[in-house]
Write a new protein. Structure first.
Length: 375
């Protein structure tokens, strides 16, 4: 049969791939070979020697130089397909990817190894109204799932145990080391190629809305594809949940662009938003992280100035001679989740609060809440 994917539509496609490990390498390789025109890649890791046995885009020289994975991948993709536009973000999808950028995508493809990262991808995709494709691998097994706003939500499919186990990572490096120590050949590269190919195929299907609607193509939305290589079995398992009360898949719409950047100060941002919304007071919500100005010991009230986003507090405490080694239960963390005219650090920039470029901010006034995209 002829390919159902129109060449010009694939060339116009805008896709984001989160994770540049074994699975991400395979997905990105396919996107380059297929001629996808615009790709954004997100990862915070660097290339290590352990990556070389399972990642087709990395070399020994990359590992020796400990280069950022996104920089290496971007370079290799441009070599494979010079027409491909590649944007690399060295950072964490939970905090360093603006929702405004997600809104420009057709599809997001998740190649991550833990539930927290999947939860964050899902949160962004649902807010933006963008479908995303999830993949997971383990030795000779793998899964692929598709989440479409209004139909299927990753967070809604997590039960109490899933939420409790949110931060557990399934490390490819750990699996490989255990196999090598046992005198066995690791199979990560093989299972990654199988699952990555299915992910790309499902992502391309999402570009073909008419064919999906007419039944010419079938999407995995609502099902989970399971592949087991030991006995060569595959099956589809129903995997669909969408709770109307779930706050994670709340759509942030409409979004208004304004003349703010991440380098705008809080004072200037508040003033501009008051003028833009024609209201005497506004409040900017810090929805995905807080801003911490200080921590103090509960036993002596001795205060340490932090002035960092909440995600950076643990590293700050580890570097403080007096606080290092104390359990977090021994510390009080003073944090801000709303920024308004009463916020005492008006000279700070939005970036210093922890907001990335193209972030979308919920802004509350006396009458309503709206969504503002910064540049």
């Amino acid at each position: 049969m002829n390919s159902p994917f129109a060449l010009d539509r694939v060339a116009r496609a805008r896709m984001m791939v989160v994770g540049c490990g074994a699975l991400g390498n395979e997905v990105l390789k396919h996107l380059a070979l297929l001629g996808v025109g615009h790709v954004v890649i997100v990862d915070f890791d660097r290339v290590e020697a352990d990556n070389l046995s399972r990642s087709v885009l990395f070399t020994a020289d990359d590992a020796k130089a400990n280069r950022p994975k996104v920089a290496v991948v971007a370079e290799r993709l441009r070599q494979m397909n010079p027409r491909m536009e590649v944007m690399a973000i060295e950072g964490d999808v939970a905090y360093d990817v603006g929702l405004g950028l997600i809104r420009q995508m057709d599809v997001v493809i998740g190649c991550v190894d833990n539930r927290w990262a999947r939860y964050c991808i899902n949160r962004l995709a649902m807010r933006a109204g963008i479908p995303w494709v999830d993949g997971g691998i383990d030795v000779m097994e793998g899964t692929v799932r598709v989440f479409v706003p209004g139909k299927n939500c990753y967070a809604c499919n997590l039960g109490p145990e899933g939420l409790k186990d949110m931060t557990r990572r399934l490390s490819c490096a750990g699996v490989i080391r255990r196999n090598i120590e046992a005198g066995k050949t690791p199979t990560t590269s093989v299972i990654a190629s199988v699952i990555g190919a299915v992910q790309v195929q499902e992502a391309l299907k999402l570009l073909c809305e008419d064919s999906l609607r007419q039944g010419e193509l079938t999407s995995l939305c609502g099902s989970m594809f399971y592949y087991e290589g030991q006995h060569l079995t595959t099956r589809l398992v129903r995997f669909q949940a969408y709770d109307d009360d779930c706050p994670v898949h709340e759509r942030w719409d409409p979004v208004r662009p304004v003349a703010l950047t991440k380098d705008t100060t809080v004072a200037d941002a508040l003033q501009l938003l008051q003028e833009e919304l024609q209201t005497p007071a506004v409040s900017i919500g810090l929805t995905d992280d807080c801003f911490v100005d200080y921590v103090e010991r509960r036993d002596n009230d001795r205060r340490r100035q932090v002035m960092r986003p909440g995600r950076a507090v643990a590293a700050f405490v580890e570097q403080d001679r007096e606080l290092c080694g104390l359990p977090f239960s021994a510390l009080y963390q003073h944090e801000w989740r709303q920024v308004d005219n009463q916020f005492p650090y008006q000279q700070l920039t939005l970036a210093e609060l922890g907001l990335p470029a193209q972030a979308v901010l919920p802004v509350s006034s006396l009458l309503k809440t709206c969504y503002i995209e910064i540049r």
